[in-house]
Structures are given as C-alpha cells and as structure tokens.
Design a protein around this ligand. Structure first.
Ligand code: 5GP
Length: 122
C-alpha cells in the first residue's frame, strides 16, 4: 500500500471535503466517522502524510507523535468514555483491512464493544 495524496482524509485536511470536527491542534485532527460503528466513533489523524503506524512512528517528529497520542486521550475524555471504557484501533494494510491510506485511529465507545476480533470464516 502506498500513500495516495488524494485519499479522502488528505482531502478533508485540505478542506476539499467537509467533516464533523471534534477537535484539532497544530498536528492532529479528530472528526466523526461518516459511518459510525458505535455511539461514539471518532477518527484521529495526523495532519502529515503518513500511511500507517509503522510509517508514522519511524518518520514523524516527537511533537507530531505526542500530539496524536494526546488527542486520542482528549477525545476519549471529552466524549465521556474514560469511565465506561473504549477501544482505539488502527486498521493497517491488507490484512488489517485498511481502506483509507492515511494513518487514522478509530476511537470507539458508548456501548459494550464485544470481543476484539471476529474469528475468520474457514
Ligand atoms: P479503515 O477501514 O481504513 O480503518 O477505516 C476508514 C474509515 O473511514 C471508515 O470507518 C469509514 O467509515 C471512514 N470514512 C470513509 N470516508 C469518509 C469520509 O469521507 N468522511 C468521514 N468522516 N469518514 C470517512
């Protein structure tokens, strides 16, 4: 998988596509997923062009990495999930079923989320 500068999240960052913004700082944007899988389903993305967690952790500055980490916690707290619990996940690459080739963390909560992984069908 390669970074595509015309991916949907890059277009949101450029203001070409609208989003329902939750929070923003110098390095990071958080917005509601267009197709929520739980009562709270927020996507947290870096503003830089990073494909995946392994790419981001290797190339992003310490400030970018700190900002992304802090934004995930802020979103969880401000959505009221710190008490009840939540899940943070980053689908990555083919096996991880990543659809959008720009690093994004899903923050999910607001109901019991069930087991972490579905068993693959044989
Ligand atoms: P992935 O499968 O790559 O982990 O997740 C991509 C997520 O992006 C999906 O949950 C999908 O609903 C969301 N998504 C795709 N296009 C848009 C969009 O244009 N706006 C927003 N807010 N979310 C989107």
């Amino acid at each position: 998988m390669m970074y595509d500068p015309n991916n949907v999240f890059a277009r949101i960052l450029r203001g070409e596509i609208p989003c329902k913004k939750v929070a923003e700082d110098e390095h990071t944007l958080a917005f509601h997923d267009i197709n929520p899988q739980a009562p709270v389903h927020v996507l947290v993305i870096p503003k830089g062009a990073y494909l995946s967690w392994d790419d981001f952790s290797a190339r992003a500055t310490d400030a970018e990495q700190a900002a992304l980490t802090r934004m995930v916690g802020r979103v969880a707290r401000e959505a009221g999930l710190a008490e009840t619990g939540y899940r943070v996940l980053a689908n990555t690459g083919r096996d991880g079923h990543q659809d959008v080739p720009h690093l994004h963390l899903h923050v999910l909560g607001g109901r019991p989320l069930g087991p972490m992984l579905q068993r693959p069908r044989d």
